[in-house]
Design a protein around this ligand. Structure first.
Ligand code: ADP
Ligand code: TRP
Length: 320
C-alpha cells in the first residue's frame, strides 16, 4: 500500500496540523510504504520571499523529523527536487475540465484572505493531483479541509484513464473522524490564516500564554458546564490519557472546574507531550548537513518511482 502526503512550508506547525494530519500520517507510515514531502512548489503561491521559503523548508524538515518521521522507512523529500511532477501536472491539466477547478472552494477562500489571484493558485489542485498520481498513491492522509482536493485528484485520474487507458491509480482519502477539525483559540478551525493557533514548538511562556487566551464565556468556577461546547476541553482531550479525560470531563460537567484551571491543565499536557520532540529538534537544528542528506536521499528514491510513472503517462498520451 503506497501512502503519500504533503505539507506546505508556509509557517510554524500548530496542534491542528499535528492531530489532523501529522500524527495520523506518521502512524499510517508504519503500515505501508510512505512518501511524505514538503510542498515547496505549492508554497510559491503564498510565500513570495526566497529566503523565507528556504528557511521554512528547512524548519519544516527539522520539525517533521523531530515529531517522529523515520527516514529509514519513509521516503521524505522536497517536492521541487522531483521536477517531474510539474510535467505530469501539465499533462493532467489538459484533461482537467475548467469547471472542476471553478468549483474548488480553496481558491476563493485564499483570494478572499488576500493571496494573489494567480493561475498557480487556481491550478493548485492539479499540481496536488500530480503529486498523488505520480507516486501511484493508494492512501492520502490529510485533514478534512483537503477532502475536495482528493476528490479532484480522483476525478482527474479517472478522466485521463478514460481518455488514454488505465495508466493511473485512483487514490482513496484517509481522514480521521475524531480529529477532523481541531478548534483554535476562538473556536473556529485552528489555522495559520486565522491567527488562532497553538504552535507545537512555541517556547514555554508563549505556549502557556496561548493556552490561557482560549476564548471562553463568563461562567463561574462552580457552574456546571457543557463538555460538548468547550474548546479548552476539546484540546485537553487530544493530549490527556483516557482515565484523566474521564475525571476531568466529569468535574467539568458537575461544576467546580474553572476555565483557568482547565487551560493550565491543557498547557501542562501539551508542554509535556512535545518535550521529547523539542529535544530531538535541538539536535537536528545543530546538524543541518544531516537533514540535507535525508532530503537528498529521499529525492533520489522518489525520483526513481516518479520516472517510471511519468514515462508510462508520456507513452500513453503519445509524447513519444
Ligand atoms: P493552515 O490551515 O494552518 O494553513 P495547512 O492548510 O497548511 O494549515 O494544513 C496542513 C495540514 O494540516 C492539512 O492536511 C490540513 O488538513 C491539516 N490541518 C490544518 N489545520 C487543521 C485543523 N484545525 N484540524 C485538523 N487538521 C488540520
Ligand atoms: N494541499 C495540501 C495542504 O495545503 C498540501 C499538499 C500538496 C498535499 N500536495 C499534496 C497533501 C499531496 C496531500 C497530497 O495541506
Amino acid at each position: 500500500m503506497r501512502i503519500l502526503s504533503g505539507i506546505q512550508p508556509s509557517g510554524a506547525l500548530h496542534i491542528g496540523n499535528y492531530f489532523g494530519m501529522i500524527r495520523p500520517a506518521l502512524e499510517l507510515a508504519r503500515q505501508g510504504d510512505a512518501f511524505y514531502f514538503i510542498a515547496d512548489y505549492h508554497a510559491l503561491t503564498s510565500v513570495a520571499e526566497p529566503d523565507a521559503l528556504r528557511r521554512n523548508v528547512r524548519a519544516m524538515a527539522v520539525d517533521l523529523l523531530a515529531l517522529g518521521l523515520e527516514p529509514a522507512r519513509t521516503v521524505f523529500f522536497r517536492q521541487s527536487d522531483v521536477p517531474e511532477v510539474t510535467e505530469l501536472a501539465w499533462i493532467l491539466s489538459t484533461v482537467t475540465p475548467l469547471g472542476l477547478l471553478e468549483r474548488g472552494h480553496a481558491y476563493k477562500d485564499k483570494v478572499q484572505k488576500g493571496l494573489a489571484a494567480t493561475h498557480g493558485l487556481f491550478a493548485y489542485p492539479v499540481l496536488m493531483a500530480a503529486d498523488i498520481l505520480l507516486y501511484r498513491t493508494d492512501v492520502v492522509p490529510v485533514g478534512e479541509d483537503q477532502r475536495q482536493h482528493l476528490e479532484i485528484a480522483r476525478d482527474i485520474a479517472a478522466k485521463l484513464n478514460q481518455q488514454y487507458g488505465p495508466v493511473l491509480t485512483l487514490p482513496q482519502g484517509s481522514i480521521q473522524r475524531e480529529v477532523a477539525a481541531v478548534p483554535g483559540l476562538d473556536g473556529q478551525k485552528m489555522s495559520k490564516s486565522y491567527g488562532n493557533t497553538i504552535e507545537i514548538f512555541a517556547d514555554e511562556r508563549t505556549l502557556r500564554r496561548r493556552c490561557m487566551s482560549i476564548k471562553t464565556d463568563a461562567l463561574p468556577v462552580e457552574a456546571p458546564k457543557d463538555p460538548a461546547q468547550s474548546v479548552p476541553l476539546a484540546l485537553y482531550r487530544l493530549f490527556a490519557p483516557p482515565a484523566e479525560v474521564e475525571t476531568t470531563t466529569a468535574r467539568y460537567r458537575k461544576g467546580g472546574l474553572g476555565y483557568a484551571e482547565l487551560k493550565l491543565m491543557l498547557f501542562e499536557q501539551a508542554w509535556a507531550h512535545f518535550g521529547p520532540a523539542r529535544e530531538r529538534r535541538e539536535a537536528l537544528d545543530a546538524d543541518p548537513a544531516a537533514v540535507e542528506r535525508v532530503l537528498a536521499d529521499g529525492a533520489a528514491r522518489a525520483r526513481a518511482v516518479a520516472r517510471v510513472t511519468l514515462d508510462a503517462v508520456r507513452h500513453a498520451v503519445g509524447l513519444r
